[in-house]
Design a binder for this molecule. Structure first.
Ligand code: LLP
Length: 387
């Protein structure tokens, strides 16, 4: 088992102002290597979902390991370009792309727009025509497959705002006949995030095959099959399972997707690539022993890591200052923000904890730093890299 912290690292942390995001670049590099070799076995293309982490050092490493970019805003498209992700490896999704964002993507000559409504097809066509360009597009289909994850990160059900419903596909085919500045490349799906039940991906494959047949029966060849991201990680055992089982994940798509020669299979992974390589390091400001509870009050709050407050998400919490773990006490581990939802965990068993102890909130590399907020005029978050 790989441990993220040792005495030297903890001693080094004492030199830095808390709170900060700590990134273990060695672990990130290993994760990227494992993912790359598992995907290469089937010739799969992997784009990194920038929405999960936009830190420039992290992006540099991901880009230099050959990944493409999956963007959801004009800002992310520009960041991807600055980092050097190739336009021909860049895709752009988003249920509400503004005209200016679409123009940015057209100017960058990105590979593919993942289009989320019939109306959006006409808008991209019009803007492309004005620039005398042809935009590559994939149709994001909402397959009505339950991702069995938190409802706020479920995106592939009829009730969700994302993608185009199956019953709208005839309107898509009609629109594409008239949109001369669009090139139909294929189909796109993304049904949710933090998916740990691999059967969900099998169900997705079956729907993808159906949609692929639907288009091909109408004389519209599907070259690109983009199945999105969503692969979940083990938040409960970050050291025991520091790298997810990419082999098993890609094998499902190889076994269940109908991929004829000449077709490309694309993925948009975020969390599975970056979540485990980071921890939020924070200091205990106060210990408050209440009538029924002990509180450990940290100098990081929901402003620095929003996931527990927003999705009741679990993150492992460790007191990394204490080497003697023998005296166990239960604490509600909370932040300093004036909101009761500003809580990282309830009744967490920790060694007896004191003011000044350093705590690590684990598995924060995905949707951690990117979701930091300035609520309460909190100062900008800083970060420390393992090298
Ligand atoms: N592709 C699309 C179209 C997406 O919407 C997303 C994530 C991804 C790919 C990457 O998904 P991943 O592999 O990271 O699961 N803030 C939430 C997660 C929101 C995910 C949004 N979409 C959280 O902290 O859990």
């Amino acid at each position: 088992m790989r441990q993220m912290f040792n005495a030297n690292i903890v001693a080094d942390f004492a030199q830095h102002q808390t709170p900060f995001y700590y990134y273990d670049l060695g672990l990130l590099k290993n994760t990227l290597d494992v993912c790359n070799s598992a995907a290469a076995k089937y010739n799969f293309h992997v784009h990194f979902a920038l929405k999960s982490n936009c830190n420039k050092t992290i992006l540099d490493l991901i880009k230099s390991n050959g990944f493409g970019a999956d963007c959801v805003s004009g800002g992310e498209l520009i960041r991807a370009k600055e980092i050097g992700f190739l336009p021909e490896q860049t895709v752009f999704a988003g249920v509400g792309k503004s005209d200016s964002e679409i123009n940015t993507a057209l100017d960058l000559d990105i590979f593919c727009f993942n289009v989320e409504s019939v109306q959006e097809l006409f808008v991209i066509n019009e803007l492309a025509q004005a620039k005398n360009k042809t935009a590559g597009i994939a149709i994001r289909v909402n397959p009505n497959v339950d991702a069995h994850t938190h409802k706020y990160i479920t995106t592939g059900l009829d009730e969700n705002k994302f993608g185009i419903n199956m019953w709208e596909l005839p309107a898509v085919a009609d629109a594409l006949k008239t949109c001369k500045n669009l090139k139909f490349l294929g189909i796109h799906f993304h049904i949710g995030s933090q998916i740990t039940d691999m059967n969900v991906f099998k169900s997705l494959c079956i729907k993808v095959n159906e949609v692929q047949n639907w288009f091909e029966e109408r004389g519209m060849p599907v070259k690109v099959i983009n199945v999105g991201g969503g692969l979940g990680i083990n938040y409960h055992q970050p050291d025991a399972e520091a790298i997810v089982n990419f082999e098993a994940y890609f094998k499902i798509f190889n076994d269940f997707l109908d991929v004829k020669p000449g077709k490309e299979v694309h993925f948009e992974l975020g969390r599975a690539l970056v979540a485990q390589c980071s921890s939020l390091i924070t200091k205990v400001l106060y210990i408050k022993n209440g009538k029924t509870k002990n509180f450990a009050i940290l100098d990081a709050g929901m402003t620095e890591l929003m996931r527990p407050a927003l999705y009741q998400a679990y993150h492992q919490i460790e007191n990394i200052s204490k080497t003697d773990k023998s005296v166990d006490t239960k604490y509600d581990v909370v932040g300093p923000i004036c909101e009761s939802s500003d809580c990282f965990g309830k009744e967490i068993i920790l060694p007896e904890t004191h003011r000044g102890d350093l705590m690590a909130i684990r598995s924060t590399g995905a949707y951690g730093e990117v979701m930091v907020s300035v609520y309460n005029l909190r100062p900008a978050i800083s970060f420390v890299f393992s090298d």
